[in-house]
Ligand binder design. Structure first.
Ligand SMILES: NC(=O)c1ccc[n+]([C@@H]2O[C@H](COP(=O)([O-])OP(=O)(O)OC[C@H]3O[C@@H](n4cnc5c(N)ncnc54)[C@H](OP(=O)(O)O)[C@@H]3O)[C@@H](O)[C@H]2O)c1
Length: 250
């Protein structure tokens, strides 16, 4: 590892978007620390010279702390944290089951908050760096059959906006990633047609460019879909509810 080599920590990196982003950064010469629960998938990814595996369950706060210390010991320094872990079970979303909703909130929202808490002092002390959080356009407004996932992502986006101000004072960048439909194990469970469906490699390119070359708060793609959702977001309730009721097949 050269002294000038940039370093990124990516959670949710065992499959889908996180995995594709890890490969993209590694191929661009970055040192990449990858985390998720499935060690065997991470170890496979770590066959790449620039990737190292650090298994982790984001619902276990002390484990996050230990893993971040291990990463710092191994890498010496971290420039970007990309928190991409997430869970989604479409069948569970159709029922209003508090236990299942709590599980989604635990992984998608509280798990990310714990990760941010663990890296907070490190970034604030070094007065540089970047924390990026993978949310979703599903959090823009309430959608049908989304009793846990949408609310977890709405909370995550709001949280990212909130900590943006706090970290900015310390010279630390905070950004949020809002993907549309990307073909991953997570969306493979969907039984409805997914407009503008893109590959994980497409998402990885957009995220890499947004994190490394851009300076926007929100990295959103594909624009064909996200701009429609952004338009729906500013509509008054009466119109929004009418349109979604008509447009979304249930
Ligand atoms: N695909 C899309 O269309 C889409 C759209 C918008 C947003 N997103 C968001 O993008 C992120 C990545 O999703 P994806 O589509 O790439 O799905 P995915 O392939 O299922 O990836 C989810 C990742 O999260 C990890 N994860 C789940 N629970 C975890 C836990 N408790 N602790 C640590 N890691 C955990 C999984 O690894 P392990 O199972 O090995 O732990 C996996 O690496 C998610 O936050 C998702 O909500 C996806």
């Amino acid at each position: 590892m050269s002294e000038n080599q940039k370093k990124i920590w990516i959670t949710g990196a065992s499959s889908g978007i996180g995995k594709a982003v890890a490969e993209k950064f590694a191929n661009e010469g970055w040192k990449v620390a990858v985390s998720a629960r499935r060690k065997e998938l991470l170890d496979d990814l770590a066959k790449h010279n620039n990737i190292s595996s650090f298994p982790l369950d984001v619902t276990n706060r002390s484990q996050i702390n230990n893993v971040f210390n291990d990463i710092l010991n191994a890498c010496g320094d971290i420039d970007i944290c990309l928190f991409s872990s997430g869970t989604y079970e479409p069948k569970d979303e159709q029922s209003l089951d508090p236990d299942k909703i709590k599980n989604v909130i635990n992984v998608n929202f509280l798990g990310v908050i714990d990760c941010v808490k663990v890296v907070e002092d490190y970034f604030k002390n070094k007065k540089s760096g970047h924390i990026s959080i993978v949310s979703s356009i599903a959090g823009y407004r309430g959608l049908p059959n989304s009793s846990g996932y949408g609310p977890s992502k709405a909370a995550l986006t709001n949280f990212s906006e909130s900590i943006y101000f706090d970290f900015k004072k310390f010279g630390v960048r905070v950004s949020v990633v809002s993907p549309g439909f990307i073909k991953t194990p997570l969306t493979d469970k969907n039984e409805f047609p997914m407009p503008f469906l893109k590959t994980p490699e497409y998402a990885a390119d957009k995220i890499y460019n947004g994190l490394v070359k851009g300076n926007a708060f929100e990295i959103h793609f594909p624009k064909g879909l996200t701009l429609i959702l952004k338009f729906l977001r500013i509509l008054p309730y009466r119109l929004y509810l009418f349109l979604v009721d008509k447009l979304v097949k249930r």
